[in-house]
Design a protein around this ligand. Structure first.
Ligand code: SAM
Length: 292
């Protein structure tokens, strides 16, 4: 029986056969651990009625398993050198499409229409290139794609930030953006030796289950995230200090009074506020003409 691609011997064979050399700048660390693969697949909850978008298939370690589990798999890879390799290793699977593109420059609405119409649901399942994890996640969330969930391998610290609750130092604007749209669930921690070549950081698999409605009702999404970003602009400063960017120096005293009026101590730090409290702050700033 042919071994899975996600084993060190098969990965080595494919790399040798195609004389492939890893590009660190593209975050190329290929998964060589089938137990981790099992956990990713179980978390994604795929079946033949569902589709999977894979970002960065590499030589196809995850793509191979997705092809067996999902009705349709579309894999978007930036590295031109990997396209013929993927076409070769994926030739037994009719339900796989390989797209040569940079995911950040890809029109995802169009890709959805072309690749996934008629399916019961679509998940993003990927071992993400670490140098662009946050922009990719933000693009997936902000484009409001009809996604069921996102199951991704990311750097452990990034997974912790996505799942962080208010109060700790990991809680920040990424936690809020992710939790506004999704319910995060940490699936497993993955050591460096599960990859070829091994990165010198730990990784984690995280599942982001898309909420049917955002976690909080906000007056205006763009303004809400602007308030969040501004509140975290200097983490060591108090909330009132960071928010004075909206009130101006002359109305700073008034701003503190207004914060107290909505039950928020002005000397609190942004990382202690809940998503709901940020919504209250946003509403208060708009109401008082500090945020147009
Ligand atoms: N999925 C494979 C695996 O698990 O073994 C490879 C994962 S590797 C961490 C990341 C992959 O993403 C590489 O194949 C890399 O070439 C690709 N990649 C990097 N930047 C990309 C981008 N902007 N768009 C699409 N693919 C990208």
């Amino acid at each position: 029986m042919v071994k899975a691609i996600a084993t060190s011997s098969r990965t080595r064979d494919i790399i040798r056969k195609h004389r492939f050399t890893f590009k660190k700048s593209l975050g190329q660390n290929f998964l060589i651990n089938t137990d981790v693969l099992d956990q990713i697949i179980a978390a994604a909850g795929l079946d033949e009625t569902r589709g999977a978008l894979e970002i960065g298939p590499g030589i196809g370690s995850l793509t191979e398993r997705l092809a067996k589990e999902a009705g349709k798999v579309t894999a978007v890879e930036i590295d031109r050198r990997l396209i013929p390799i993927l076409q070769d290793v994926m030739s037994p699977y009719e339900n796989v499409s390989i797209v040569h593109s940079d995911i950040l420059k890809t029109d995802l609405q169009q890709l959805w229409q072309e690749q996934f119409s008629g399916l019961a649901g679509v998940s993003v399942v990927a071992n993400l290139p670490y140098y662009v994890t946050t922009p990719i996640i933000m693009k997936l969330l902000e484009e409001r794609l009809p996604l069921e969930n996102i199951v991704v391998m990311v750097q452990k610290e990034v997974a912790e930030r996505m799942a962080a609750k208010p109060g700790g130092k990991e809680f920040g604007s990424l936690s809020i953006a992710v939790q506004y749209y999704c319910e995060p669930e940490l699936i497993c921690i993955v050591p460096g030796k599960s990859f070829m070549p091994a990165p010198n950081v730990e990784s984690a698999v995280i599942k982001l289950k898309r909420r049917s409605e955002p976690a909080v009702i906000v007056p205006d999404e763009a303004k809400y995230f602007h308030v969040v970003q501004t509140s975290f602009s200097q983490r060591r400063k108090t909330l009132a200090n960071n928010l004075s960017a909206f009130s101006g120096k002359e109305r700073k005293g008034e701003l503190s009074e207004l914060l107290l009026g909505i039950g928020i101590q002005p000397e609190r730090r942004a990382e202690t506020l809940s998503l709901q409290e940020f919504a209250l702050v946003c509403e208060m700033l708009i109401k008082n003409g500090m945020l147009a």
